[in-house]
Design a protein around this ligand. Structure first.
Ligand SMILES: C[S@@+](CC[C@H](N)C(=O)[O-])C[C@H]1O[C@@H](n2cnc3c(N)ncnc32)[C@H](O)[C@@H]1O
Length: 327
């Protein structure tokens, strides 16, 4: 049963023209991305390979399993023990009419064209290539247009971060999460931490343009070492970063050294939202998102207690530090 906050969120979306357009875009992009995956697998013959080989016989079994699970969820295939049995071909491409999806479609086409080779060889040809920085940027902008900003607003409001808090935004990206905190938490100050200097520069100039620059500081650093660049914040915020970090458990541990409370919003494999795009982010260099079970394990092992949680539209937690800092 979805939580009340999520029902209100959906009602708000359905109640506005812009919200309805976003929901329409989500449906369109999911349909198109699934079609594209099926089509490239079919065209390359990798689909037959998925019938011949069990998913654990692929170089990256979790990735092969994810692709199979998406195909099964869409009624295109079904698992027979650990092998995929195809039920349908891709057929005709679904229409793409929404302006956001139209602008994002070339990235889907480019990235998913590499899917069969990546599946079979285990190599991610586009990950971390500087030539793909633009694809990553288009992807980020697409997610924003698609309501990712609404999700950020929802989770930051839901977190009830006390006014005047010093907040560390871990993996701040281009600052959209930091800006949301500065706007929604009165008197807050934010330290935005990200491992990529260009991201921090965008964050800084964006906050200045909005007149929020005097409450923002930016610091270069990885989440795994956030305790080296920030001491004693009141609250930490992590919005969709763990699958971009090489060591999520260490990130959760390091964040606990820095703040007694945290807001964690993290896409997981078993909540369907944007699952059709998880392989795309993966081919561009992210890890696969964790399962809900794995995420909860990480949280506990890293010494956090879950104070409050909601499952939709993205699994979100308020965490309270259990272990005392070893500093
Ligand atoms: C999906 S973006 C989320 C950005 C931001 N929190 C937001 O809500 O828009 C993921 C971010 O994680 C950052 N990142 C990658 N590796 C990281 C690491 N090891 N520690 C912290 N952040 C990392 C990337 O630079 C990127 O900005």
């Amino acid at each position: 049963m979805p939580e009340l906050s999520f029902i209100l969120f959906v009602l708000k979306m359905v109640g506005s023209k812009e919200g309805r357009e976003m929901l329409h875009a989500v449906r369109e992009v999911e349909r198109y991305a699934v079609w594209k995956m099926r089509q490239v697998l079919e065209e390359s013959g990798a689909d037959r390979e998925m019938e011949r080989r069990p998913f654990h016989g692929f170089p990256d079994p979790s990735f092969a399993k994810l692709i199979g699970d998406i195909m099964e969820a869409e009624g295109l295939a079904r698992w027979e023990a650990d092998r995929l049995k195809w039920l349908r071909d891709a057929g005709e491409p679904p229409p793409v009419t929404n302006r956001y999806v139209v602008s994002f479609k070339p990235v889907i086409d480019r990235v998913y064209a590499t899917l069969p080779d990546s599946l079979v060889s285990g190599e991610r040809f586009m990950a971390r290539s500087s030539a793909e920085a633009e694809s990553r940027a288009v992807f980020g902008r697409f997610l924003d247009n698609l309501g990712y900003n609404r999700v950020r607003e929802l989770v930051v409001k839901w977190a009830s971060i006390p006014p005047g808090s010093l907040v560390v935004d871990v993996g701040a990206g281009i600052g959209l999460s930091s800006i949301t905190i500065l706007r929604l938490v009165p008197g807050s100050r934010v330290i935005a931490v990200d491992p990529y200097q260009p991201n921090l520069e965008v964050t800084r100039s964006y906050a200045e343009v909005l007149g929020l620059g005097d409450r923002l500081e930016v610091r270069l650093g990885r989440g795994e070492e956030v305790h080296k660049v920030v001491k004693n914040a009141d609250f930490a915020v992590m919005i969709n970063i763990l699958h971009w970090c090489s060591d999520p458990l260490t990130v959760l541990n390091a964040v606990r050294e820095v703040a007694p409370k945290a807001l964690l919003a993290q896409g997981v494999l078993d909540v369907k939202l944007n699952l059709a795009l998880a392989p795309l982010a993966y081919l561009l260099g992210s890890s696969l998102p964790p399962t809900m079970e794995q995420l909860i394990d990480w949280i506990k092992i890293a010494g956090w207690r879950i104070e409050k949680q909601m499952r939709h539209p993205v699994p979100t937690f308020i965490l309270k530090a259990q272990k005392t800092s070893s500093k």
